[in-house]
Write a protein that binds this ligand. Structure first.
Ligand code: UDP
Length: 326
């Protein structure tokens, strides 16, 4: 199988490239290295470039003979999307439209799209299945939902088959220790907690302790990066078999609170972690947990690394391999 991975140098994309390479696929990564890292691409060939570059996309897709495209290159920070919506609509929407246009011209008609729990907005019930209404409350979530809608229309009109995978909280790192999370700036809870344990940060802020949850801190569904990539693999197989377009919510179905994550990190690292209580972060619902029954039933997907300590342990091994404490 021959797969084009857009954003294959980033956190999730690089783990996906490794999985595809290990399973014998031909992989080409297109990445502009704005957030990704060249040394994170462990398999296949690499093209440095931007999804905004229509000429490059056309050339790549028309000569690459790809069976499918996976698209990981997007901006992902909710807070930033509130301040700079244009950045989000230009990259996450407009550039994705470029990509889809180039795919149609080149007659490449299988697409796997990184979507998000943020397309749902405030939860009306949890765990959230695919029937949950989609009312995003920030430009990030809206930008992803727009592409989901475009994909519905492109399926009907042009026969472009797509799988949209709505991630809850991607977490952890490659169990072999070769890859992990390297965002700059880092905003995600687990790497921030571990950077505090390793001495790179003085403390971890807990955004709100007055939520309606057992310990008052927010509950999220942390899904191991390998399990996430496995879902993409199964989605790819289903498209290759000729299955129709589909949307799946991906999570463990287990929620863990911010405090539980910090406690797990203390156990895993054996270090003290200073906590600073801070106000709630705008737009954070109390509880976000996925119901992934559909992915389990239709794709045969079964998350394997569901234990929080193991997720944190893999992230810690990665963090230690690159940390330079003060
Ligand atoms: N969080 C926190 N302190 C931080 C970063 C995150 O308390 O420094 C909380 C955040 O409010 C949320 C959870 O940790 O409830 C997960 O946040 P993250 O940014 O990792 O992922 P998101 O849920 O925004 O996708």
């Amino acid at each position: 199988m021959n797969v084009l991975v857009i954003g294959g140098a980033g956190y999730i994309g690089s783990h996906m490239v490794k999985l595809l390479g290990r399973r014998g696929c031909d992989v080409t990564t297109l990445d502009n290295l704005s957030n990704g890292h060249r040394d994170a691409i462990l398999f296949g060939s690499f093209v440095e470039g931007d999804v905004a570059d229509r000429f490059l996309l056309a050339q790549l897709l028309e000569t690459g003979n790809f069976d499918a495209v996976m698209h990981f290159a997007s901006f992902i920070q909710v807070g930033e999307s509130m301040k700079h919506p244009a950045k989000y609509y230009e990259n996450n929407v407009s550039n994705t439209l470029n990509l889809l246009g180039a795919m149609l011209t080149a007659n490449v008609k299988r697409f796997i799209f990184s979507s998000t729990a943020a397309t749902f907005g405030s939860p009306q019930y949890t765990p959230m299945d695919e029937m949950h209404p989609q009312n995003p409350i920030n430009p990030y979530g809206r930008s992803k939902l727009m592409i989901e809608k475009v994909l519905d229309d492109y399926d009907r009109a042009y026969g472009l088959r797509s799988v949209c995978l709505r991630y809850f909280n991607a977490a952890g790192a490659d169990p072999d220790g070769e890859l992990g999370e390297r965002h700059n700036p880092e905003t995600h809870l687990i790497p921030l907690v571990l950077q505090t344990a390793s001495g790179l940060r003085s403390d971890i802020e807990v955004f709100g302790r007055d939520y309606d949850t057992p310990d008052g801190t927010c509950v999220r569904d942390y899904i191991h990066i390998n399990d996430l990539c496995e879902a993409h693999w199964l989605a790819l197989q289903s498209l290759m078999r000729g299955a129709g377009s589909q949307r799946y919510n991906l999570g463990n179905g287990n929620g863990f609170s911010v405090q539980e994550v910090i406690d797990a990190a203390k156990r895993v690292t054996g270090r003290s972690i200073a906590i600073r209580d801070a106000p709630r972060r705008d737009g954070d619902p109390a509880r976000l947990v996925a119901d992934s029954t559909l992915a389990r039933r239709q794709l045969g997907w079964e998350p394997k690394i569901t234990d929080l300590e193991t997720i944190v342990r893999h992230a810690w091994r990665w963090e230690q391999s690159r940390a330079k404490p003060n």
